[in-house]
Design a protein around this ligand. Structure first.
Ligand code: ADP
Length: 549
């Protein structure tokens, strides 16, 4: 028997229309580095998004399914693109501006982007690539930046503001199928070639509702979210869409992502929420330790994308800022888990829950698969690879303009679940603790050592700024951990001292023998520890390693 309910498609268009009317007064504030930031209301953004859609259709002939790329910082024009492009039935393709040039070329060609919207300040990055991007017909430049390098290139160049001028404020938004592509994002390639994930209108809509649930970020129109996580990193974790649903104000850093301007932004604009990867919070902590600032407006901070060291959480607790740990991936839109503790606990009882990756929402089903392919119990002890499925989880990767979507065996199970490549345990009450990425686990004499556990323990040392641990080949054990450590300024601790410190919380057989001090941990394009690079440096003999007895 079928239901009697209306079958209304879940569309990004609806989120746009809702945000620009019901929450028309909410604002996007973009940092400019000048005396005043730039402010634009949701109503204005909606109107300008409508003009942008008109321009894309009338000037460039953009049709449903065409890919329109953005190479932009987090700012209000980028939000306009977020709504204009999917609402007209085209596909928003956010480009990661930190990728190596050859990967960017690969991605733009693979997606066959027709138009690129670019911030003027990023032209030095785009211009050298353009001769290698045959599908790109139009470049639209937004904001300040020298445009002279574009002269003489075989591409039509437009100014964003001029393009919008005189356009109609209405658009006959098409009736789309909710399963149509709305946006795409390539994985950052931390562990392989970038692969395209294509989000549907439906997946974005449902994911936005989840972001807004109290068990996730749970913000309202009374909040301002400092969106540090880039709009090219899994749709800024869904925030631009979620904010238009409930009127949450956004504070956008544009290109001012360094610790000092971030600290100033927080003190001046007083956001109640922020979202960023651990590296950002490490940097900000060092900044406010040296130059104290009031960060206490931030009632809640969402931290994820890489494991949050418990010592970092503690340090922010002391500053009156509560970090809430979240796990996700490009393939999961990204919201997978969030670490809100169960109700009714004391602060002390909450702590073990807060340092997990968190609990799954109803929309995300999870299972753990052991090395022999069997499903493992949720007992907090049995470690296996995490597999997930749900309405905002990828079921395949984009196969290119003429190719079919593809499902590599190492990424999707035979019954269609996403293999996350993350290894961990789940407690009986559904809290996920990740011990490692499958590729980063250290296999020592048939036992597994968690690189993340060693890193967290090291980063709890008062003289350690950052630490990354990787597996290196060992004649006797197969693999052993190599600890690479960034010391704080003026630190006096030696390797023996660090090992003794680790021995307080780590089993003896897991303690690293190999140590090296480095200036900084190499980072990926989205700010995660780049262990590939460290392993290669070690293999090339580029690290000055001390081996303890
Ligand atoms: P890439 O896979 O290219 O690095 P993603 O941003 O999709 O790009 O990364 C997803 C991965 O990041 C996850 O599979 C996981 O390994 C890691 N990750 C994300 N959040 C967390 C977290 N809270 N704790 C530990 N690891 C995390």
């Amino acid at each position: 028997m079928l239901s009697t309910m209306q079958d209304v498609p879940l569309l990004v268009t609806r989120i746009l229309q809702h945000g620009m009317t019901i929450h028309g007064k909410s604002q996007v504030t973009t940092w400019t580095g000048e005396a005043e930031p730039h402010r634009r209301s949701f109503a204005e953004i909606g109107t300008r998004a409508t003009r942008l859609a008109n321009a894309l259709r009338d000037e460039f002939g953009v049709q449903q399914g065409d890919r329109v790329a953005t190479l932009m910082w987090n700012n209000s024009e980028h939000v306009e693109a977020y709504f204009a492009i999917p609402s007209m039935g085209a596909v928003l393709h956010t480009l990661n501006l930190r990728l190596p040039p050859e990967q960017l070329v690969f991605i733009v060609n693979h997606a066959a982007d027709r138009v690129v919207l670019v911030n003027g300040t990023l032209l030095p990055l785009l211009v050298p690539l353009l001769p290698h991007l045959p599908t790109v017909e139009h470049v639209v430049v937004a904001g300040i930046g020298d445009r002279s390098a574009l002269e003489g290139l075989d591409v039509r160049v437009h100014d964003y503001e001029e393009l919008l001028e005189g356009r109609s404020d209405s658009y006959d938004w098409p009736d789309l199928d909710e399963r149509q592509a709305a946006a795409m994002c390539y994985t950052s390639g931390t562990t392989g070639d970038p692969k395209g994930v294509v989000y549907s209108h439906r997946s974005i809509y449902l994911h936005s509702m989840q972001v807004n649930m109290a068990e996730s970020m749970g913000l309202t129109a009374a909040d301002t979210s400092l969106v540090v996580v880039p709009q090219f990193h899994v749709n800024a974790w869904g925030l631009p869409h979620a904010t238009f649903m409930t009127g949450i104000n956004m504070l956008m850093p544009d290109r001012f992502l360094q610790p000092a301007p971030l600290a100033e932004m927080i003190e001046r604009e007083k956001p109640s929420h922020a979202a960023a990867v651990p590296t950002i919070w490490q940097g900000l902590l060092a900044e406010v330790t040296a130059n104290p600032r009031d960060l206490t407006s931030m009632k809640q901070v969402t931290i994820g994308g890489a494991a949050c060291p418990p010592s970092l959480m503690e340090a922010y607790d002391k500053l009156g800022v509560r970090l809430c740990h979240a796990w996700g991936m490009t393939e999961t839109s990204p919201l997978g888990t969030m670490a809100h503790p169960p109700a009714g606990l004391t602060a002390e009882e909450e702590w073990p829950y807060r340092i997990t990756q968190g609990r799954f929402p109803a929309g995300v089903e999870a299972r753990l698969v052991g090395p022999d392919g069997s499903f493992l119990p949720w007992d907090g002890e049995s470690a296996g690879e995490l597999e997930v499925r749900g309405t905002w989880i990828a079921g395949a990767y984009y196969g290119g303009a003429s190719g079919e979507p593809f499902r590599p065996e190492d990424k999707f199970s035979a019954d269609g679940w996403l293999k996350t490549g993350d290894v961990g345990v789940i407690s009986s009450d559904g809290y996920l603790t990740l011990t490692d990425r499958a590729k980063d686990v250290i296999k020592s004499g048939g036992e597994w050592i968690s690189s993340v556990e060693l890193e967290n323990a090291l980063m709890a040392h008062p003289e350690v700024a950052e630490a990354a641990v990787v597996a290196v080949p060992d004649d006797k054990w197969g693999e052993r951990p190599l600890a690479t450590v960034v010391l704080k300024e003026g630190a006096t601790v030696d390797y023996e001292g660090l090992r003794a410190f680790l021995a307080q919380s780590i089993a003896k057989w897991q303690l690293p023998e190999r140590w090296t001090v480095i200036a900084s941990v190499p980072k990926t394009s989205v700010g995660k520890f780049d262990k590939k690079v460290i392993r290669k440096q070690y293999a090339d003999g580029a690290l000055d390693v001390t081996k303890l007895d």
